[in-house]
Structures are given as structure tokens and as C-alpha cells.
Ligand binder design. Structure first.
Ligand code: SF4
Length: 376
């Protein structure tokens, strides 16, 4: 079978981290800081220095994430984009995403993004209900999120993604469905729907611990997840990953690199890279990064690590784990390693084997974390 030996040519992805926000949201444990405007220019200088270390690398995806990259001024956005174009070879089919938050965007910034090469925008909407946005400390309100997407579309962005959150404080089934409906009335091509996760050390954790807010029960969570999949499907958005839905051809190429275990270079504070089977980690200390320290740790993955990750991350995708691709990478088929687990999950209808791939069924998605753990 020649297919076994077909070599998928995959270029690397580039991630640039902007660790700044206007204000910390109540649930956020990402590496981001508010009140650091005085460091923006120095931070960008450090980013440009780190880019030079990888001078000439070729990428077909760029993702400027955060934090809130759109807190930068338009001049600073120009500096970052110019640095990327100056340092790297960018594929003609480049997907270049920038994350933005409503309430931080201006005409000049939109122009700087367009001139810079950004052709995909990911907007952190989270909800179209003001009481939910307020409860989690977002700086914007529903109208501003709606207007932001409209303005981006009118400015010529045809590939717009939004994020929504499920299980927010005060959220009801109806209010979540309202957010979905508003989302579907907007000119977007991709939507991510994540559940609120209550992380230790965040202000919102205390409120849940003190009974001010309560989490929805698992059954209603599952029902809403199913509703979301069906409703979005009716509107032309297919689920291609557990939490991600897109119109045909608008799946995030960059994020697919993570789920496919392809290589990427992360630049910026706390950024990770994955190259030649080595995962490396940048410092998370802002002062260190600005003063020129970058990589502080490395982890060389064993073959077992790589197989486990390929299976675990691949199962997040609706198309699942391609058996021939697994063989091409590891010289063994998945059932040569995990026969008993695969037989068990297939018999329990938690997984299926279809079109030469293993994937999760709807029931399997409901307990995906438990299933994935068995392949690590
Ligand atoms: S905007 Fe995003 S990164 Fe910034 S604090 Fe809120 S959740 Fe965290």
C-alpha cells in the first residue's frame, strides 16, 4: 500500500505570545498581566530578538495570541507584524490569525493588522449576555462584541472566529442559546465553545467555593453540548474538534497543528515550541524575558510519549486518528500498542473505527478525558 509511505509535507506553525490585557478576567489563569503598558515596547524588542534566532524558518500559519494582542497600539502591532515578515519565510497560503478582544480595537489597529498580513481574526466574545460578561469581569458588553465583529467584516476580514463560553455564572440554557443565535447572525466562519473551568487561585474560584455561584450539573452540560453541535450544524458549522466548529474550509490550520502533533515555534513569554521531538519552554518571568532570557526548559519526548500524545490529541478531532499516519510516524499501528483499550472502547460504543481512523463517538466525547488518559 503506497499510502503507508505517503509523506505528508507539513510546514511549521508560528505562535507569538502577547501577555498583556486591559484587566484580568475573574476566571483567567493564562500568562497575562494588566497594567504593564510601560513594558510593551521593551517586550516587543525582546520578541524581535527572539524572532532573529529563528531567522529564515518557513511557516504556513502564524498565530498572535495572548493575553490580548489588540491592547498594543497600532504602531506596536506594525512592529510585531514587520518583525515577523522580516524574520521568516511565509508561505503564499499563509493563515495568519490575531486574537482580539472587543473594547480594544480601533480603525488604525484594524488597518495595521490588514497591512501587516493578518487574514484571520479570533474575537474573544464569550457571551452575548451582559450579566454573564460582567460576572466574569470581561471589559466589554454584548453590543461591543457584536459591533466589533461587524466592523472587522466591513473592513474586509472574511475569516472571523469567535469564542463563546458555556457554564458561565447566571447562564441559563436559554441565555446560552441566545448567545449562539446572535453568533449565527454575524458574518463569522468559525466558532469555539469552551466550558468555563474553575482554576485554583482565580478570583472566581472563591465565589464558587463560597456558594455565590453554582456550576451546572453534568447532564444539562451534556445536553447543551449536544444542542450546540446540532444547532451549529443546521447553520452550516461542522464540529471538527471537541470544542471547535467551522464552515467548510475554515477550520483553524494553526490549531490543527497542535492536534496533529506537527511542529511549531512559540515566541514570547512562556511560549512553548515543538521541534524534532523536543518540547521547549520559554521563561514565564517578564523581567527575565525582556532582559533576553528565552528558553529555560526542554523535554525530549520518547517514542512512547509521542505515540500517546498523537493518540490523545488526535482523538480530539472529529476525524480522529488516521491509522496509516500513525504507522508512518511510529512504524506500528495503534492496535499494535493499545489493542485491549481499543477493543473495549469500541465494544462500549465510546469509540469507532471508520474510514481507516479511530475516533470518539458522541458518548465517548462525554467522557473524553477518561478515554484519552488510557492512551498516555
Ligand atoms: S482577556 Fe483573556 S487572557 Fe486576558 S485576562 Fe481575560 S481571559 Fe485572560
Amino acid at each position: 500500500m503506497w499510502l503507508h509511505f505517503f509523506w505528508r509535507t507539513v510546514m511549521k506553525g508560528l505562535y507569538i505570545h502577547i501577555p498583556f490585557c486591559v484587566k484580568k478576567c475573574e476566571y483567567c489563569d493564562f500568562l497575562s498581566f494588566s497594567g504593564c503598558e510601560n513594558y510593551f515596547d521593551e517586550y516587543i524588542s525582546a520578541l524581535l530578538r527572539e524572532m532573529e534566532k529563528h531567522q529564515g524558518t518557513e511557516f504556513d500559519t502564524v498565530f498572535i495570541g495572548g493575553g490580548t494582542p489588540s491592547v498594543l497600539s497600532y504602531k506596536q502591532i506594525e512592529r510585531v507584524c514587520d518583525g515577523i515578515k522580516h524574520s521568516f519565510k511565509l508561505s503564499p497560503n499563509l493563515e495568519w490569525t490575531m486574537e482580539i478582544n472587543p473594547g480594544t480595537i480601533t480603525e488604525e489597529k484594524i488597518q495595521a493588522m490588514k497591512d501587516g498580513g493578518v487574514n484571520r481574526v479570533s474575537v474573544g466574545v464569550q457571551s452575548f449576555n451582559d450579566n454573564e460578561l460582567e460576572a466574569v469581569g470581561r471589559i466589554h458588553r454584548s453590543k461591543s462584541a457584536y459591533d466589533t465583529v461587524t466592523v472587522l467584516h466591513n473592513a474586509g476580514f472574511s475569516n472571523i472566529s469567535i469564542d463563546l463560553m458555556e457554564s458561565l455564572p447566571y447562564q441559563t440554557d436559554d441565555s446560552f442559546k441566545h448567545s449562539l443565535e446572535v453568533a449565527m447572525s454575524l458574518p463569522i466562519s468559525h466558532i469555539s465553545v469552551y466550558s468555563l473551568i474553575i482554576e485554583d487561585g482565580t478570583p472566581i474560584k472563591e465565589k464558587y467555593d463560597n456558594g455565590i455561584y453554582a456550576l451546572p450539573d453534568e447532564d444539562s452540560d451534556r445536553d447543551l453540548y449536544k444542542y450546540t453541535g446540532e444547532y451549529l450544524k443546521q447553520n452550516g458549522f461542522s464540529r471538527y474538534e471537541i470544542s471547535n466548529y467551522a464552515k467548510a474550509g475554515f477550520e483553524s490550520k494553526h490549531n490543527l497543528k497542535y492536534w496533529n502533533c506537527d511542529e511549531y515555534i512559540g515566541i514570547g513569554l512562556g511560549a512553548h515550541s515543538y521541534i524534532d521531538g523536543v518540547r521547549s519552554y520559554n521563561t514565564s518571568v517578564l523581567g527575565e524575558y525582556i532582559s533576553g532570557v528565552t528558553t529555560v526548559d526542554e523535554n525530549i519526548l520518547t517514542k512512547n510519549d509521542k505515540m500517546g500524545e498523537f493518540m490523545m490529541l488526535g482523538l480530539r478531532k472529529t476525524e480522529g486518528v488516521d491509522k496509516n499516519e500513525f504507522y508512518r510516524r511510529f512504524d506500528v499501528y495503534p492496535d499494535g500498542i493499545w489493542k485491549s483499550q481499543l477493543d473495549k472502547f469500541i465494544a462500549l460504543k465510546l469509540m469507532k473505527e471508520e474510514n481507516g481512523a479511530y475516533s470518539l463517538t458522541q458518548r465517548g466525547i462525554d467522557i473524553s478525558n477518561l478515554i484519552m488518559c488510557e492512551f498516555l
